[in-house]
Design a protein around this ligand. Structure first.
Ligand SMILES: [Zn+2]
Ligand SMILES: [Zn+2]
Length: 164
């Protein structure tokens, strides 16, 4: 993280708490974590710190199924796109080279500067998928089921992972 003049102690505390989270968290969850860690901080301050981090590009933001914002500290090597499970909220980074190329081509074609994009992918992870266990058991005994991603033809857009 770059440090800036207006970086407050509270914003640092929020950043540290975010750094300890593997997955996307809501402002409320972060607030609870900070309180549990003995930080005297208000929910409003957490919201403000997150807004600042978002404006500075310090966090990636996705929406949960009710439209609430979820935050995760952005990796040092730039922004990422994630596939998030709508059931349990777990997320994993996904390859987004095609999106990045498309976005920069649009910027070049239109002459727009400072073009930004937000791409959110959500689905149901292997653990939350009904029948996930049956899928695992279908492999030969003692054999690790192969990890694969595909789209079921009868449910367009649904990404399925048998195992990981
Ligand atoms: Zn899940
Ligand atoms: Zn991108």
């Amino acid at each position: 993280m770059r440090s800036r003049g207006r970086t407050t102690r509270q914003r640092k505390a929020v950043t540290r708490a975010l750094a300890g989270c593997q997955d996307f968290v809501s402002a409320q969850e972060l607030y609870a974590l900070l309180l549990a860690g003995d930080h005297a901080i208000g929910l409003t301050t957490v919201y403000r710190a997150l807004r600042e981090l978002e404006a500075d590009g310090g966090v990636d933001v996705v929406r949960d199924e009710t439209g609430g914002r979820l935050y995760r500290l952005r990796p040092a090597d730039g922004h990422r796109h994630y596939l998030m499970c709508r059931d349990c909220g777990r997320s994993r980074p996904v390859d987004s080279g095609a999106v990045e190329e498309w976005a920069s081509r649009i910027a070049a074609d239109t002459g727009f500067a400072a073009v930004e994009h937000t791409v959110e992918l959500t689905g149901v992870c292997a653990d939350c998928l009904p029948g996930a266990d049956a899928c695992r058991l279908s492999g030969a005994e003692g054999e690790e089921p192969s990890c694969h991603w595909d789209r079921a033809p009868d449910s367009p857009g649904r990404v399925r992972s048998c195992a990981s």
